[in-house]
Design a protein around this ligand. Structure first.
Ligand code: MTE
Length: 320
């Protein structure tokens, strides 16, 4: 995919008021001018939001035309069980996550295993901004401007062996920084995995930021995966290890309940989750709230053109 010269960040094509409002909040938080009137969770969240800019060029080839979800929802309605199981917990609690120094080890069936410092990883390839539709298995969705580069760039760097069939992603698990680890709902660390061709697909993004700024901690700072044709839980956050394997890796949610969460977890309106219909979805941030008309969920979340060929001949009801 070619690079475009024009530097347009999604921030420039997003309703301006949303941005101005957020900037005012961040500035006010930094200056300590919130006063005592604000709810503590609110000021904590505002402080956790990092105003550090990332320089990324919008790639229109991967930019959904849907209206983007306002920053405030993207950063306050999260799943990050290491910080609690309520949607508001990560924004309230992730302030304790230390994102620098941070190293990520890339190992397993590769010619050139490497341990990279986050700053070296950031510089490995040019940063792009891509607007992706994201859909959660629970039935809600968002449209998010992510900043990163294709995971394939890092994979090319370590030269996988022919025997490498899968890639495993392992998140940080540190009890000191992550209060949610006290609960054993998941067998920590959080793990996810992709088949090699899925990991190499140009849509799979190694992600460092959103909305042109470094990832807020609640969104998986300092580095996460984003896989837009799969349910949100495939997108592991705060990754410390990437491992190439011959065997299909065990993933956190399929270990939790293999009847509910399969390894592939491709967005598919025809394959219902035992507890949730996958036929329609609710866009977070729609001003009509619960009364907003439901949107029809698309096969592979609307990315069939780029990904369907990888699953040709596979029974998607069996391999869900
Ligand atoms: N990664 C880790 N380490 N821990 C988690 O609990 N939750 C997953 C995924 N990655 C999760 C994770 C789920 S269920 C979703 S829906 C997405 O992160 C949410 O990402 P977001 O909060 O940035 O929208």
């Amino acid at each position: 995919m070619g690079w475009i010269d024009k530097t347009i960040l999604a921030s420039q094509i997003t309703p301006k008021a949303v941005f101005e409002n957020r900037r005012t909040l961040i500035k006010a938080a930094a200056a300590g001018s919130f006063g005592a009137a604000l709810a503590p969770w609110f000021s904590r969240q505002a402080l956790a939001a990092s105003p550090d800019k990332l320089s990324a060029t919008l790639n229109p080839a991967y930019s959904a035309k849907d209206e983007v979800t306002p920053y405030k929802y993207v950063t306050t309605y999260n799943n990050f069980y290491e910080f609690g199981t309520d949607k508001s917990d990560p924004a309230a609690n992730a302030g304790s996550l230390i994102t620098r120094p941070w190293t990520i080890s890339v190992e397993g069936l590769v010619k050139k295993p490497v341990t990279l410092d986050i700053d070296a990883l950031l510089k490995l390839a040019p940063m792009e901004e891509r607007i992706y539709r994201m859909r959660c298995v629970e039935g809600w969705s968002m449209v998010i401007p992510w900043d990163g580069y294709p995971l394939s760039k890092l994979i090319g760097h370590v030269e996988p062996l022919g025997s490498a069939k899968y890639v495993e992603f392992i998140s940080l698990a540190d009890r000191k920084q992550m209060p949610g680890l006290r609960s054993n709902i998941i067998d920590w660390p959080y793990r996810e995995g992709l088949r090699m061709d899925e990991a190499m697909n140009s849509l799979t993004l190694l992600t460092f930021g959103l909305y042109g700024e470094v990832l807020p901690k609640q969104n998986g700072a300092p580095v996460r995966i984003v896989v837009p044709w799969k349910y949100g839980f495939k997108s592991a956050k705060s990754i410390v290890k990437i491992r190439f394997t011959e065997e299909m890796p065990k993933t956190s949610w399929s270990q939790f309940d293999s009847r509910e969460y399969g390894f592939y977890s491709n967005v598919n309106p025809q394959v219902d989750h035992p507890r949730w219909s996958q036929a329609t979805e609710r866009r977070i941030g729609d001003p009509k709230g619960m009364f907003a008309p439901k949107i029809k969920t698309q096969l592979f979340n609307g990315y069939a053109e780029q990904v369907a060929s990888m699953y040709a001949g596979m029974d998607l009801k069996k391999y869900y």
